[in-house]
Design a protein around this ligand. Sequence first.
Ligand SMILES: Cc1cc2nc3c(=O)[nH]c(=O)nc-3n(C[C@H](O)[C@H](O)[C@H](O)COP(=O)(O)OP(=O)(O)OC[C@H]3O[C@@H](n4cnc5c(N)ncnc54)[C@H](O)[C@@H]3O)c2cc1C
Ligand SMILES: *[C@@H]1O[C@H](CO)[C@@H](O)[C@H](O)[C@H]1NC(C)=O
Ligand SMILES: *[C@@H]1O[C@H](CO)[C@@H](O)[C@H](O)[C@H]1NC(C)=O
Ligand SMILES: *[C@@H]1O[C@H](CO)[C@@H](O)[C@H](O)[C@H]1NC(C)=O
Ligand SMILES: *[C@@H]1O[C@H](CO)[C@@H](O)[C@H](O)[C@H]1NC(C)=O
Ligand SMILES: *[C@@H]1O[C@H](CO)[C@@H](O)[C@H](O)[C@H]1NC(C)=O
Ligand SMILES: *[C@@H]1O[C@H](CO)[C@@H](O)[C@H](O)[C@H]1NC(C)=O
Length: 495
Amino acid sequence: MAAVLAAAAAAASPQSHAERAAIDDCLQEARVPVDARNSTEWKQDARPFNQRLPYTPAAIAVPTTVGHIQAAVSCAAKVGVKVNAKSGGHSYASFGLGGEDGHLVVELDRMYNVTLDPETNIATVQPGARLGHIATVLYDDGKRAFSHGTCPGVGVGGHSLHGGFGFSSHTHGLAVDWIASASVVLANGSLVTVSETENVDLFWALRGAGSNFGIVTSFRFKTFAAPPTVTSYQINLPWSTSSAIVKGWGALQDWLQNGSMPAEMNMRVLGNAYQTQLQGLYHGNASALRTAVAPLLTLLNATLSNVREHDWMGGFENYAYSNEIDITTPSYNAAETFYAKSLVTSALPTSVLQNVADYWTNTAKKVSRAWYIIIDLYGGPTSAITKVQPDATSYAYRDPKKHLFLYELYDRSFGSSSYPTDGFAFLDGWVRAFTDGLDTAQWGMYINYADPRLSRTEAQQVYYRQNLARLQRIKQMVDPTEVFYYPQAVEPAER
Ligand SMILES: Cc1cc2nc3c(=O)[nH]c(=O)nc-3n(C[C@H](O)[C@H](O)[C@H](O)COP(=O)(O)OP(=O)(O)OC[C@H]3O[C@@H](n4cnc5c(N)ncnc54)[C@H](O)[C@@H]3O)c2cc1C
Ligand SMILES: *[C@@H]1O[C@H](CO)[C@@H](O)[C@H](O)[C@H]1NC(C)=O
Ligand SMILES: *[C@@H]1O[C@H](CO)[C@@H](O)[C@H](O)[C@H]1NC(C)=O
Ligand SMILES: *[C@@H]1O[C@H](CO)[C@@H](O)[C@H](O)[C@H]1NC(C)=O
Ligand SMILES: *[C@@H]1O[C@H](CO)[C@@H](O)[C@H](O)[C@H]1NC(C)=O
Ligand SMILES: *[C@@H]1O[C@H](CO)[C@@H](O)[C@H](O)[C@H]1NC(C)=O
Ligand SMILES: *[C@@H]1O[C@H](CO)[C@@H](O)[C@H](O)[C@H]1NC(C)=O
């Protein structure tokens, strides 16, 4: 690990020494707080969640005010160093560090305040707040919430600007759907407000592809009343053979596609080398869950287990896999060494289902690492995600017919061992088992599970699909010189 970091630093140093001095000088003159190079704070802030992808920044700014963020961006533009916001640092591709050496990192995690307006129920959220802290404050202060993912350490910045799916999303949509407005620092250092009525193109672009257009300095989120009771549950799936997977998955997708999944239900398939199960969170009590889920159990020949009622925060804790929920400390240290790929697909034709099931049983189950597949029951006619108009935001996957499942394919190594080189082919092969039999309108990928091995061209297409051309035109208008750049960033349209 140390050797990897030193090698990366050495590789970056020849061309960037003068640039580093220039960015340091500019930040100092503008009185932007920074981490001293190689200090404890520097090491902490440069530490990626994905230990496979460490990068060495040119400088790390640690703003506590909007003015600091504006000054930092202006310095980057002036000196010609690329700049990226880092909120929770959970990007799978370390894009908060720029996804390569030599960027100015604007570390936002000192700006984590969350306030709820009791009149409007609008939450004002600073851009470095983590999901567990936001959920805690909104619940404690007003029994309110908005939908988002499961991990309490994930930052609101990256998560909500690029989607944000979790155990409220079938019922209430994605995190991005709850953004009412935002304040944003643009490439020229100016601060603007975006909303349904102000800077509407930019508001559209930020809600799905935010990292390309500026640094959000403050969010305003709408909220919903947290239900008094939620119920977690499991359904064990007997998916031990290829034919059982084809049959069970086929039944599940018919049920999802034809509108049989109650809106209050939120569910995912979790599969690993040992078992496969449905995990769910029902927004309601246990007896209502039992009634709602009965037809599905019959369909799958399966039984319900681990039914537990919780209050709202208990429901979050149940799937958080963390002792700490209300995380505000910068010295949050969760990390893994991993590679992941994502997919969004339509319902799978039987031939594709067969290929996927064969790959699962014949290849994946023989891999002894701690891989997993998550199949989110994401879309379909009862999902709140598909109730938002497909062109309302730049987030690309809203079609009730085309966007049924969201997948995460995740493979990791433990301890100090590095990720094995044959791991890439393992996940590439699994994704191909899906995509080979689908046409491009039937699938895409999710940038919140960024795959840094995609070329820039391919990444833009699979992340943004029908929205890419408009995103590129807006990029050309607000950031033609690519001050906000990372290896998979949206390219400006040609002049
Ligand atoms: C353990 C774990 C669990 C996860 N669980 C879920 C889940 O349940 N559901 C789900 O949908 N996703 C989940 N994710 C993925 C997560 O949503 C993304 O990785 C997300 O982008 C992380 O946001 P971040 O702010 O923590 O990351 P960062 O690395 O800080 O940022 C990610 C990207 O957003 C940009 N960005 C950050 N802040 C701003 C800002 N203020 N303005 C403009 N751009 C900004 C960065 O420059 C970077 O490009 C999980 C990830 C991990 C590691
Ligand atoms: C920081 O650490 C790296 C790697 O250990 C080393 O090469 C470099 O000289 C150090 N820089 C400073 C300014 O101390
Ligand atoms: C957060 O709120 C507290 C209390 O209002 C305030 O003292 C602090 O300065 C705020 N922090 C930031 C980074 O704005
Ligand atoms: C459930 O069992 C019935 C009756 O044995 C069978 O016809 C059906 O195919 C099974 N469904 C699944 C998904 O295994
Ligand atoms: C939906 O599909 C499932 C699975 O094939 C079936 O059991 C159910 O009756 C269907 N419901 C409707 C409303 O069509
Ligand atoms: C459970 O929820 C249902 C639907 O909201 C309600 O009618 C019922 O009274 C509740 N039951 C209990 C035991 O609280
Ligand atoms: C900054 O950029 C925005 C978007 O391109 C533009 O509208 C604004 O006029 C610019 N501001 C200044 C001061 O140049």
